[in-house]
Design a protein around this ligand. Structure first.
Ligand code: CA
Length: 232
């Protein structure tokens, strides 16, 4: 994890740098606002620690400028002034969190981890679909179960993507065939049953909880039984 520290006080810089390195973060330092802004613009950091009181361009302005081009990178502001106004201005300018100096490195590291987790969470909200511990990333076309990659054939993947996007809906074999196989010739709906079985074997392996349910006379439905046991 690459962290940019924008801070002009040498003592604070060295404490943060040493501390974060011990926690396994890589650190880069800028000792004034303009250099910091330049570095933040030219390089990709996972997180930025930004002091409010800086020579030249202050932290609030730096933050506003960074946010014009980069809405993703988490920014944690450092302030020596424990005044509400300062904190509010910082957060208004686009910072995600703040810490009041002096602070313990342990606390800082914990805050950074929270911000990094939150950022990763936010990114995944967009195009990741879930059922129980299975996650399908429809951008990367990858599937994981409990964070371990699951290997599917392209057809199995498309079938799973269709199911997971249509959870708790009864899907007829014809619907599935048309959506997943995209065909204009008649394959016959048996192929759906065959691939549902392939997918079931991969998804339900070592798992008593089944996700793809046969709805007799109608088709299939994907749902997490753990959640719906009571409504049966
Ligand atoms: Ca300062």
């Amino acid at each position: 994890m690459a962290i940019l520290i924008i801070e002009d006080e040498p003592n604070v810089v060295s404490v943060i740098k040493r501390g974060l390195n011990e926690y396994g973060f890589e650190t880069s330092v800028a000792t004034n606002g303009l250099t910091g802004l330049q570095m933040a613009t030219e390089h990709q950091f996972d997180l930025i620690i930004l002091d409010v009181m800086l020579p030249g361009m202050d932290g609030i302005q730096v933050c506003q400028h960074i946010r014009k081009n980069n809405t993703q990178v988490p920014i944690l502001m450092l302030t020596a002034l424990d005044s509400t106004e300062n904190i509010v201005t910082g957060l208004d300018s686009g910072a995600d969190d703040y810490m009041v100096k002096p602070f313990k490195i342990m606390e800082l590291a914990a805050r950074l981890r929270t911000l990094l987790r939150r950022r990763n969470g936010d990114q995944s909200v967009k195009n990741v679909h879930r059922i129980a511990d299975i996650e399908v990333d429809t951008d990367a076309k990858t599937v994981t179960r409990n964070h371990t990659p699951l290997s599917l054939t392209p057809t199995e993947y498309r079938l799973l993507e269709y199911f997971i996007k249509n959870q708790k809906k009864v899907l007829s074999r014809i619907q599935i065939l048309e959506s997943v196989w995209d065909i204009d010739f008649n394959l016959g709906t048996n192929v759906v049953d065959v691939y549902v079985n392939y997918l079931r074997k991969k998804l339900d392996k070592d798992n008593i909880n089944r996700y793809i349910h046969t709805i007799f006379g109608m088709g299939y439905m994907m749902k997490d039984t753990e959640q719906h046991e009571n409504s049966k």
